[in-house]
Design a protein around this ligand. Structure first.
Ligand code: GRF
Length: 365
């Protein structure tokens, strides 16, 4: 007799939903990869289950996990992942789906509640999924991630424990490249055990790109397209392909002056960091050092944060403070901030390699 778990079908789940509905009860629906289950998953699923009377999890198939997370994933195949998930107290049924998005299932099932975890906001949900949720009249609930618990951080800890934990990073930039230089020297002198697997720029003549070429790293110019301020769709896709080919764990934005969108933002969700020259959430966007001077701030600094679809709004990982001195210009202040960035960014990356996604407050370094 086979011990394999038989996942539910969309039709099974729709029947369950209709039965619950007839009794005035609610079906909660969520979706994800759920590779290497950890306490963060369990707490998330418990919270999702508490939003209604039954919880159904749509599990990304192996092929769709590969597209979402890269060639090395999943670690556990879809049958095993489904079986483990279905054994959890909070989970009433599991179905496996092939798409990267849950749009088709939402249309088929019409869940009463749709739960999503992580750095999403209702606005940053995929537009197709959002439209399907509107059609289905589903209530959308965003549940917080449990800090430090993720499959990626589990894998990093396992690798670090076996001495093979070199974080594969890609660095994206457009300008002077001083943060790239700081990362390179941290790697060279052993303060950061990372491999610079790709360096990508939208500026063919930037110091950033020259530095990468001179140092012999795989460097790529990506033509940003015709709009001087935006990064076109073809460029977004090309960057994603470079990251996938280089099997990148973490994407580092070090002075990258354009906004990343899909497919990178979802494909590398929770794995993109940016360094910004202010103590976020103060002074988001361009010109942050001048804004600090104009506001009469006596102190500013730099922030390393996760990148989400919303500009400079992802979770803060670490900050360092810098005084604003009398007579400072944007340039003198920026130079003082950069000195801190050059220490903070490699530190955050090394911490990530050792223990998984780091979270540190301002001044605590
Ligand atoms: C840094 O100040 C960083 O905070 C901002 O862009 C600047 C990049 O400088 N996002 P550099 O190119 O690393 O010298």
């Amino acid at each position: 007799m086979s011990a394999d778990y038989s996942p539910a079908t969309a039709a099974d789940v729709r029947r369950l939903r209709d039965t619950l509905d007839a009794r005035g009860k609610k079906l909660v629906f969520t979706n994800g990869c759920f590779d290497l289950l950890h306490a963060g998953h369990v707490r998330y699923l418990e919270q999702a289950r508490a939003l209604g009377d039954a919880l159904v999890v749509a599990l990304n198939s192996d092929a769709s996990v590969r597209l979402l997370k890269g060639a090395g994933r999943p670690l556990n195949n879809q049958n095993d992942r489904a079986e483990v998930l279905a054994a959890l107290r909070a989970v009433d049924a599991v179905l496996v789906f092939e798409d990267q998005r849950a749009t088709g299932l939402i249309d088929a099932i019409h869940p009463h509640v749709y739960a999503k975890g992580g750095d999403y906001t209702v606005e940053s949900l995929n537009a197709g999924e959002r439209a399907a949720l509107n059609r289905a009249g589903s209530e959308v609930r965003i549940l917080p991630l449990v800090p430090g618990r993720s499959t990626t951080s589990t894998i990093n800890r396992m690798n670090a424990g076996h001495g093979v934990g070199r974080l594969r990073i890609a660095v994206l930039g457009s300008g002077a490249g001083s943060n790239l230089r700081a990362i390179i020297s941290a790697v060279q002198n052993g303060r950061l055990e990372a491999e610079i697997a790709a360096v990508i720029s939208d500026q063919p003549d930037s110091n950033f790109l020259k530095l990468a070429c001179e140092a012999g790293f795989p460097a790529h110019f990506v033509d940003p397209g015709s709009n001087p301020r935006k990064l076109g769709d073809a460029a977004q896709k090309e960057i994603f392909e470079h990251l996938e080919r280089a099997r990148v764990d973490v994407v580092v934005l070090a002075g990258f002056m354009r906004i990343l969108k899909e497919p990178v933002i979802s494909g590398y969700s929770g794995r993109i960091v940016n360094v910004h020259p202010s103590l976020l959430p103060r002074h988001k966007g361009a010109g942050a050092t001048q804004l600090a001077i104009d506001a009469g701030d006596s102190e500013t600094g730099c922030t390393v944060h996760l990148v989400t679809a919303e500009i400079d709004a992802g979770r803060t990982l670490a900050q360092a403070r810098v005084p604003v001195l009398p007579g400072d210009t944007a340039e003198t202040l920026h130079a003082r901030i950069k000195t801190e960035e050059h220490k903070l960014l490699p530190q955050v990356l090394n911490e990530w390699r050792e223990r998984g996604l780091p979270v540190r407050d301002a001044g605590a370094s």
